[in-house]
Design a protein around this ligand. Structure first.
Ligand code: GUN
Length: 294
């Protein structure tokens, strides 16, 4: 059994990005810039945004976190989006989700310029991804594809079962893994809360991707011997064993499943760091596009 270390892989990718950026700075170009907009005080969202800012500095990007009050209206947020769309010094930006309930998430996502949508959530980018055209691929699915690729895992002709059909993970991954590309060329089964016989279907997977957000849901008896297991779950589970009061847990019961598999990604230290790095990769692509560096 091999553990796929998202920490080690993302460290390598960040080194590659840093080197590329340093080359551009040597040519006299400005730094790439990523902006994250955060509305309200959601705990995990604050952690993610802080991490994104830190990652940018590590690779030599400019970054800014725009922290808006919980009471921010939809109109105000739309005007921030417009401002960022028009700001030539910003290569890419994201609006951290979830947004407060009174703000229509779709309206906000639709207002983002697809060329700056480094989250890859805009329908134009989802459409481009589905058609195999250039565009931004959402960060978590892109990170999972990098994990498979950089770990030398053969995907062609394999049966890939994805548990969870979310718009930002399961759905895009089902498209990417079924595409005629490498990694790709999988036979994909996208399962969800209404799926019947889920356990049997999971057991047929050569590659099992757990992205449903239920800690420890995938148990050893749901996994085929020798399968590749990628755990996308990141749940906070209460504990009194540390100061934070919570532990980060994946969707896979790592201890029992890891004995049976060929490859497994851990939580923490698996998909999480890869997601963060993919956002940097997307931002660098946006930057290169605007300077015609491709
Ligand atoms: N909330 C949880 N994951 C994400 C993400 O990848 N992007 C944004 N914008 N919000 C999120």
């Amino acid at each position: 059994m091999e553990i796929i270390s998202g920490v080690a892989l993302s460290r390598n990718i960040k080194e590659e990005i840093k080197e590329e950026v340093s080359g551009f700075l040597d040519q006299g170009l400005r730094k790439p810039k990523l902006v994250a907009v955060l509305v309200g005080l959601d705990g995990p969202s604050q952690t993610y945004v802080n991490a994104k800012v830190k990652d940018c500095h590590q690779v030599g990007f400019e970054s800014e976190a725009i922290r808006l009050d919980e009471s921010t209206s939809e109109e105000e947020l739309l005007s921030w989006v417009k401002k960022l769309n028009e700001d030539a010094s910003v290569d890419g930006f994201i609006v951290q989700l979830p947004l407060p309930k009174k703000i229509d998430e779709t309206k906000i996502l639709l207002a983002i310029d697809p060329l700056k949508d480094v989250d890859g959530f805009h329908p134009v980018n989802i459409g481009n991804m589905a058609l195999g055209l250039p565009g931004f691929v959402p960060a978590t699915p892109a990170g999972v594809m990098q994990m498979l690729d950089r770990s030398g895992i053969e995907t062609s002709g394999k049966h890939c079962v994805i548990v969870g059909r979310s718009k930002i993970v399961g759905m895009p991954l089902s498209i990417l893994l079924a595409r005629n590309s490498n990694p790709g060329n999988c036979t994909v089964t996208l399962t969800h809360s209404r799926t019947k016989n889920l356990e049997e279907i999971c057991k047929e997977a050569d590659i099992l991707i757990a992205a449903l957000g239920k800690p420890g849901f995938i148990k050893a008896d749901m996994v085929k011997k020798g399968a590749v297991v990628i755990d996308v779950g990141i749940s906070r589970v209460e504990t009194d064993t540390n100061e934070k009061g919570y532990l980060i847990q994946g969707d896979v019961d790592f201890n029992s499943v890891s004995d049976k598999v060929s490859f497994i990604s851990p939580v923490p230290g698996g998909v999480g760091p890869m997601t963060r790095t993919s956002l940097l990769t997307n931002t660098l692509r946006a930057y290169k596009r605007s300077f015609n560096l491709n």
